[in-house]
Design a protein around this ligand. Sequence first.
Ligand SMILES: C[S@@+](CC[C@H](N)C(=O)[O-])C[C@H]1O[C@@H](n2cnc3c(N)ncnc32)[C@H](O)[C@@H]1O
Length: 351
Amino acid sequence: MLQEKSRAQNHTKPYSEQHIGTTHLHRQYRTDLRQLSEKDYNKFVTLNTVRDWSQLSWSNVGKPYEVEASAKERLEWEATNSRDMDPHTSWTLFNKSFHEWFIKDVPKEIGNSKHHFLKSLRTFKPAEVKQALGEVIQLQLWNYIHRVQDGIWDPRGKRALFEGLHLTRPRILFLGAAEGYEAMQLGAMYPGAEIVMVDYDEYCKTTRFKDFPDSYPFLGENPRTGHPAVYYKDDLNIEYVVEDIRNLDFNKEFDIVLSVGLLEHFPDEYKHEVADWHRRFLKPGGYAIMTTPRNQVRSRLYYRIMADVMNHTYRELMTVEQMGLYMYENGFDILRHGYIKVHNGLVCQPR
Ligand SMILES: C[S@@+](CC[C@H](N)C(=O)[O-])C[C@H]1O[C@@H](n2cnc3c(N)ncnc32)[C@H](O)[C@@H]1O
């Protein structure tokens, strides 16, 4: 009986402290329990390049790059409805589309797509060949960026950004939480955390978060010993609220307010409102932590190739200087800033 229980546990929680330092490639994603060596740190993490934020201005740093290619689904919706797609509908379509990629058995799908492509060549129909080739390229790109490089979750980069905040049992609010990955990583690093995830797309709670693999290990800390420890989704204290951020009525009760990929979806006239969301629910001395996608050639290419998967909403790619300046001029001090694999990151506090 006991043996059966421990076998079942090994199946749902396959990693433990003995696996710290290892990384494993699964069919849908990579797990990574490696701590950053100094060499890797220097390769993947660049922190604190700006000395004095008061010296930056928009004429120095320029404005973000706006991603123009739209998802076909959005264009078709707008043609049918004769109006621009509203943000809530855009997010609903985005979340569904993005989630379908996270659950792909990537090696199997790559095999299928190659087979499909070869078959399309025999039809001599350029449109079919083009579509089949597009699928091969998208899958190869997803395989490389998400599964092999782990660029989207990037646990080592995120840990480098989140570490050293000296918080005990923090309350964490995740705005626009989607599947909730980064709050879970933070929760593992700051044990005893109470996490509140908020997203107004119900599918994020009922599918993206619910189906996030129970067997995915987060590297964190054992509060008793201070040594590294492995946590899973169900070890963490998480409440998921389906609500518009604008309707939240929390007090200033959170030690950390977090967002990942939120600020860049709002044109400049709304940036102050997004900054305010990060201030409104923070305890005095609390931290706002944010990341946004970097403006780099490979990211521009990614959003072009993956347009049908990703581009349902307004989106900018920015530099960390631009991101920091938005927050600085909206009343935040920037405590830590930098870039990791594909995102910029900030840790800041209201002035
Ligand atoms: C780009 S996603 C975050 C990126 C995420 N890591 C992912 O994998 O999709 C932004 C999330 O914010 C949510 N969101 C946007 N505006 C919101 C609002 N006003 N209230 C609540 N959630 C919002 C969207 O539904 C979406 O799930």
